[in-house]
Design a protein around this ligand. Structure first.
Ligand code: CO8
Length: 282
């Protein structure tokens, strides 16, 4: 993945762990962090297969077709106090409106790139996920949190509005009424309230348990067809925010694409032959 100033990347056991690493600023999203996240997302988007799978599924990939060296991504923050405490407020104070819009659009590109990574991305929130931090977590497939997690969109306290996707993705995740209330009040909520609202899938007691639970879920997903998981992710993302007929059209096309994969042949044959499937990953 190369070397980074503001991120720590570790790959082990088929999991890439991306850690935002600016603990002195509670991992705030400076321009540098956004730039480096964009680079990582570019790498992560090359993880699918090529050859037959790319031709039939459209999932971009490495030269090593079917290898899938990474089966999931954990996104987290360093220092034990914050996931990400938002955009870097110090940096915002020296920006003009053009630069601010550029910064917002750059981060939008990162969130879209994260959503198109062909393996599941789990945000592990241990501490503050505020403003841009909550918005970054919302671009992951789903969120696991520790008991210490706190979520919020506090932009109104700064005379700002959500700028990294919160006005779109928060309502998609928790519904319009609660999204409005959280954004208008800037209120912080704890992990359990976030869980009740559906913002968080699971709450774990400690950071260790949080990371272990995410690794376990990625491990479970890794026993499935990688092309089917990648296509499911793409189908869900492409259908989000569209009308039902448009979403169903996307689903039908994706279903067709799955029919062109070797994984589909192996999965259905294995079922008929009453044996466990061994997915070739293409
Ligand atoms: N940006 C820059 N520095 C930060 C940020 C931040 N978002 N958050 C914390 N820090 C720094 C503090 O300044 C402090 O640095 P120093 O030690 O040098 O003074 C250090 O991190 C530790 O923070 P605190 O001392 O404040 O720690 P506390 O435990 O007292 O408080 C809080 C923790 C409650 C998280 C507090 O730090 C806080 O409120 N932070 C700001 C949270 C916030 O408002 N986030 C939203 C930012 S706006 C945003 O994200 C909009 C996104 C879209 C932007 C659009 C692009 C233009």
């Amino acid at each position: 993945f190369g070397s980074f100033e503001t991120l720590a990347i570790e790959t082990s056991g088929g999991i890439a762990t991306v850690t935002v690493n600016r603990p002195e600023a509670l991992n705030a999203l400076s321009g540098k962090v956004v730039e480096e996240l964009a680079r990582v997302c570019e790498e992560l988007n090359r993880l699918g297969g090529t050859g037959t799978s790319a031709a039939t599924t459209g999932i971009p990939g490495t030269a090593d077709d079917g290898a899938w060296p990474v089966r999931g991504v954990i996104l987290t923050g360093a220092g034990g106090k914050a996931f990400v405490a938002g955009a870097d407020i110090r940096e915002l104070t020296s920006m003009n409106a053009d630069q601010a819009e550029f910064h917002a659009r750059s981060m939008h590109a990162v969130t879209l790139a994260l959503e198109s990574v062909p393996v599941p991305v789990i945000a592990c929130v241990d501490g503050f996920a505020l403003g841009g931090g909550c918005e970054l977590a919302l671009a992951a497939d789903f969120i696991y949190a520790s008991e210490r997690a706190q979520f919020g969109q506090p932009e109104v306290n700064l005379g700002l509005v959500p700028g990294f996707g919160g006005s779109v993705r928060l309502q998609q995740r928790i519904g319009l009424g609660m999204a409005r209330e959280l954004i208008y009040t800037g209120r912080r909520i704890d992990a359990h309230e976030a869980h009740r609202l559906g913002l968080v899938n699971r709450v774990l007691a400690t950071r260790e348990e949080l990371l272990a639970a995410a690794a376990e879920t990625i491990g479970e997903i890794a026993t499935k067809s990688p092309t089917a998981v990648a296509l499911s992710k793409r189908s869900i993302n492409q259908a989000t925010g569209r009308t039902t007929p448009e979403g169903l059209d996307i689903e039908a096309r994706t279903f067709r694409a799955a029919f062109g994969t070797e994984d589909m042949k192996e999965g259905t044959t294995a079922f008929v032959e009453k044996r466990a499937a061994v997915f070739p990953g293409r």
